[in-house]
Design a protein around this ligand. Structure first.
Ligand code: GDP
Length: 398
């Protein structure tokens, strides 16, 4: 059975080990066109490298064949429809993060002797290890020094309570200018532009989010303006087909701006409520990328003066501090209105939400909790904090 048949026969997210082979995709000495499926875990895999990947069910073998060869099948999952219709709840999606937080926390508290400088240093390291970033970890530790004094906390249980309370407070607190709601045009199409580097989950998020809005009765259109990444258009078309949503696409390597233009026209002509625009995210060429995004915005605004209402930056939670770097870059160059934090199900850290809000002051609007259509949720800070720390608050009171 060839690779193609393999995927055709088992379209339900098989896990495979692939060998990366894409010599023909190197272009003019530039970084390679990232293989569609590998993009998530291995941004620039080395030819010949063997990596294990989860192949999303909507991706067909053509997307994989030119860039990778299956070496070994690790595991195949058989469920299809059920996974697509069921929603991953936050508790399920945060399982890895919660488990790691509580393990780290228990290990940290097991070492507790007294509240001294060593204790706070260790606390700071624990926080950095959970991806909250150096600046936020320092700020939190400083606040906790005061809080511990203020509350005269001395016993292990008291200290634990003070720290967890502070963490919960930080997760729950909204930034001053933070608006986590989605904005829609009072009439005419609303445009939601997705930006972010390759592999962070833009296309997947559009697939999920468009299905969600369609289910709420909105008429949606997708524009496949990521004409650079091999397979991106087909990937979006597959989502469109599956959810009965029209997709406007151009030829391979077409000017993304022309696809955006066609998308806007289609949205206006068909009286659509929402147009989702997928864009390319070539990291190796920031200047061009930002110019391209600016051009797309100009085209949208020329046709629909109040659009785009939303410029959502997708960040991959599993990339930790890299995600912060990307956010800084995009924030400086485009008017990002909010963050979609993807792959929270795949990280054991989850602390990244704090520096995004503390240091960048960008609202997290959505969280991605898996690859299926139901695995996207609006971000609710309260629920998030409860899900992450609930067990610690109850369990650590000895
Ligand atoms: P893009 O290049 O930004 O458009 O990224 P894609 O949408 O192609 O996503 C890259 C990979 O990440 C794909 O394999 C997706 O299935 C996967 N992915 C996207 N969002 C999530 C998520 O929330 N959780 C998990 N586990 N995988 C995701």
């Amino acid at each position: 059975m060839g690779l193609f048949d393999f995927f055709k026969k088992k379209p339900a997210a098989p896990k495979v080990v692939v060998e990366v082979l894409y010599p023909q995709t190197w272009e003019n000495g530039e970084a390679p066109v990232e293989p569609t499926v590998l993009a998530a875990e291995v941004l620039q895999p080395t030819p010949g490298e063997a990596v294990e990947i989860q192949v999303p069910s909507h991706i067909v073998a053509e997307d994989v064949a030119p860039v990778a060869e299956v070496v070994e099948t690790v595991e195949t999952e058989t469920e299809t429809e059920t996974a697509v219709t069921s929603e991953t709840n936050l508790d399920e999606g945060l399982t890895k993060t919660r488990k790691t937080w509580s393990e780290r926390w228990n290990a940290f508290m097991a070492n507790f002797r007294s509240v001294d400088e060593d204790f706070f240093e260790e606390l700071e390291e624990t926080l950095i290890g959970a991806d909250v970033g150096a600046q936020t970890a320092l700020q939190l530790t400083d606040e906790l020094r005061n809080e511990v004094k203020l509350q005269n906390a001395k016993s292990k249980a008291d200290i634990s309570r003070v720290i967890i309370d502070k963490l919960v407070e930080h997760y729950r607190s909204q930034g001053v200018n933070e608006d986590a709601s989605m904005h829609f045009a009072p009439e005419g199409p609303t445009v939601i532009l997705f930006v972010g580097v390759n592999g962070v989950g833009k296309t997947t998020t559009i697939g999920k989010m468009s299905a969600r809005y369609k289910a709420e009765g909105k008429q949606v259109v997708l524009a496949a303006a990521d004409t650079f990444r091999a397979g991106a258009t087909q990937q979006l078309q597959a989502w469109g087909e599956r959810n009965g949503i029209p997709v406007v696409a151009g030829a391979a390597n077409a000017d993304p701006a022309s696809v955006v233009y066609d998308g806007v026209k289609t949205a206006i002509e068909t009286n659509a409520d929402i147009l989702f625009v997928d864009t390319a995210g070539r990291l190796q060429n920031n200047v061009n990328l930002m110019q391209e995004l600016a051009k797309m915005k100009r085209i949208i605004t020329r046709e629909l003066p109040n659009e785009p209402q939303e410029v959502l930056l997708a960040l991959d939670a599993t990339t930790g501090q890299n995600a912060l770097q990307q956010a800084r870059l995009f924030k400086d160059s485009t008017d990002v209105t909010g963050i979609v934090l993807t792959k929270l199900d795949g990280t054991a850290k989850g602390g990244i939400i704090l520096p995004i809000r503390n240091e960048l002051h960008l609202p997290v609007k959505w969280v991605g909790l898996g690859e299926q259509v139901g695995d996207l949720q609006p971000f609710d800070a309260d629920d998030f904090a409860k899900s992450l720390f609930g067990s610690l608050l109850i369990g650590d009171d000895k």
